[in-house]
Design a binder for this molecule. Structure first.
Ligand code: ZN
Ligand code: ZN
Length: 311
């Protein structure tokens, strides 16, 4: 290696330092980028490869969880282990937005209240959701009061605050805001479940809309106009034809057919559509929904699976 003089060494050190700074800045930027992690893409149907409905939007080291289906904490922990996204480490799960109070979206709420606390979270879980959410949360605390008492008063070293909840009942319109996100609730069209929301997240680098459970819904279509990422539920048209009259009536008024969703994205033109909470019946393969939508639109479509990550 050639001898390097004092001045040249200073210049090289300066360039090296600059490179290191850029690297650090680059790392920061990577972390600042909004990522969407599918924690659970399932429905009430207990398919072992699909946990209950739950999505994480991670911005600047904070995880915003949308819905708390079965397995939400374990999937978050799995995502942390597999990807290194620190915000999804169980003790860092501090906030959840509930789209509605159907059990397939809330069975993991007790888990989200208690497990991160047992793992070390000191702050109460912030819960944002429609009317009825306060009763759900307070009754869960009542149901687990003996567990909480034992952990706080027993020999287990346990902080005395992290089991609490900070419940915020929201209505259509502004739902939440902080340095990372602005969140709007949009009333979905989920049959008789009037208080069912889609949530629209605006972050420094993305606009993301999560449908929750809904049939085709004009308000959601309007909110989806030009978003970067649309996560939307869907069912297969072919599968729908296998249903009896009662279930056909239920699904057509509570959930969205692949063809209706294709129409929605053709008009709203999101940057990409991610299917989640996919409903399929009988012998119709799950990917049928994807095929049905892709045949009708040029908008990029993904068939979401648990632990998929989108940017
Ligand atoms: Zn559902
Ligand atoms: Zn529902």
């Amino acid at each position: 290696m050639a001898h390097v003089g004092g001045d040249m060494r200073k210049i090289l050190n300066f360039i090296g330092g600059l490179f290191l700074s850029l690297l650090v800045m680059g790392t920061t930027l990577v972390h600042a980028e909004t990522v969407v992690v599918l924690l659970g893409t399932g429905t009430p149907n207990p398919k072992p490869d699909r946990m209950g409905a739950a999505i994480a939007i991670v911005v600047n080291g904070t995880a915003y969880i949308i819905d708390a289906g079965t397995g939400v904490v374990r999937r978050a922990q799995q995502a942390f282990i597999e990807t290194g996204i620190q915000a999804l480490d169980a003790e860092n799960l501090g906030m959840v937005f509930l789209t509605h109070l159907h059990s397939d979206h809330t069975l993991g709420l007790a888990d989200l209240i208690l497990t991160p606390w047992v793992m070390g979270r000191e702050a109460p879980l912030k819960i944002i959701g429609p009317p009825g959410v306060r009763s759900l949360a307070s009754n869960l605390l009542e149901a687990y009061s003996e567990d909480i008492r034992i952990r706080v008063e027993g020999t287990q070293p346990q902080n005395t605050t992290g089991w609490q909840v900070d419940v915020n009942v929201v209505w259509p319109g502004f739902a939440f805001g902080d340095a990372n996100v602005r969140v709007e609730a949009i009333r979905a069209c989920h049959g008789e479940i009037i208080n069912s929301y889609a949530y629209k997240f605006t972050t420094p680098d993305k606009v993301i809309l999560i449908s929750g459970d809904t049939t085709w819904c004009p308000a959601i279509e309007e909110a989806a106009m030009g978003v970067d990422i649309l996560l939307h539920e869907a069912y297969s048209v072919k599968g729908f034809k296998t249903l009896g009259e009662q279930w056909a009536l239920y699904h057509s008024t509570h959930h969205t057919s692949a063809s209706d969703l294709a129409g929605l994205v053709n008009r709203a033109q999101p940057g990409q559509l991610i299917l989640y909470h996919q409903i399929s019946w009988g012998n119709v393969p799950p990917e049928q929904i994807l095929d049905e939508i892709e045949a009708l639109t040029d908008v990029p479509v993904s068939y979401g699976r648990d632990l998929d990550i989108y940017r």
